[in-house]
Design a protein around this ligand. Structure first.
Ligand code: AKG
Length: 305
């Protein structure tokens, strides 16, 4: 049942070795070309963000970024170990590959194009029309690697090829409790959140599952998700468009830029708030509350209460 808002949907054991990715996939991975790494330390764990072209994503707390190459088999080797004898910064650094398009500013990741050796192993699930396809993203992660809670604007199949990964999801309706900064939540430690700093976080209802090899998780657009690799893991995402193509930002290569109407509305709201700044606090407060009531009245859906 792919009905929207069935929320978390995990297909278990599509023959365990997924029928979307067959068993020769991993063997072929090892023959892929060198990758260029972008080194992006995060504020909560050292993370080597890597891609085949070496592009740095807009991550939180990027303090520096430099680029180095690593043969793919070495990369896999390091990503699979807990402690490294060869490393860039520290013996327990973590590795992550998120594949990108040829020119990451313009092109969209399609594993079949960037990793042609794997092409025959990839069968995109036929749950949507061909024109709705957006991207297929190759992901490889070290054990213990955590990705911050974020949302994407496309529907998404997260396909686990090997390894185990915990995924925690939150409904878009709980956005108010997640302390968002853009598309990401500022709450990094979900298991032991700082409730002095994030007092409303406990109100967010979490949905949790563990993906194992052969599992496929459907993550609907706008659903927040946080991923922790419990083991070395290889996965593939397939993102597709749920809205008509014109609604999406044409410059979006990751599938995480807000639909153009939404970002325009947010800009207009920012301008409206700036306009209020000329008034004294008491008036600002009064008119801001009236604006909130108007938004609630005109734009909130009673279906989601
Ligand atoms: O599985 C991963 O490594 C990350 C998945 C993810 O963040 C996504 O599908 O958007």
């Amino acid at each position: 049942n792919l009905c929207r808002f069935t929320k978390i949907l995990v297909w278990r054991q599509l023959n365990r070795v997924s029928n979307i990715l067959n068993h020769s996939f991993l063997i072929r991975c090892l023959s892929c070309q060198s990758i260029l790494l972008s080194l992006v330390p995060l504020n909560f764990s050292p993370l080597w963000f890597s891609s085949i072209i070496g592009h740095t994503l807009d991550l939180i707390a990027v303090s520096f970024s430099k680029k180095q190459t690593l043969p793919f088999d070495k990369f896999i080797h390091r990503a699979a170990e807990n402690k490294h004898t060869e490393f860039f910064i520290s013996e327990d650094e973590k590795y992550y590959l998120r594949s990108l398009g040829e020119d990451p500013r313009k092109d969209i990741a399609d594993i079949r194009k960037q990793f042609p050796l794997l092409e025959e192993d990839i069968k995109i699930p036929e749950f949507f029309e061909k024109e709705q396809f957006f991207s297929s993203v190759f992901r490889i992660s070290s054990p213990g690697l955590q990705l911050w809670t974020h949302y994407d604007v496309m529907d998404n199949f997260l396909i686990q090829v090997t390894g185990k990964k915990r995924v925690v999801l939150f409904s878009p309706r709980d956005a108010q409790y997640l302390y968002l900064s853009g598309t990401k939540s500022e709450v990094l430690n979900l298991d032991n959140p700082d409730l002095n700093k994030y007092p409303l976080f406990f109100k967010a209802r979490r949905f949790e599952c563990v993906l194992e090899a052969g599992d496929v998780l459907f993550i609907p657009a706008l659903w927040f998700h946080n991923v922790i690799s419990e083991e070395f893991g290889v996965g593939v995402n397939v993102f597709w468009k749920h809205l008509s193509s014109e609604c999406y930002d044409k410059t979006d290569t990751y599938g995480n830029k807000d639909p153009t109407a939404a970002s325009r509305a947010i800009q207009i709201l920012d301008r409206a708030l700036k306009t209020l700044e000329v008034l004294p606090e008491e008036y600002r407060d009064f008119y801001a509350r009236r604006m909130v009531l108007r938004i609630q009245d005109k734009a909130f859906s009673s279906n989601y209460e």
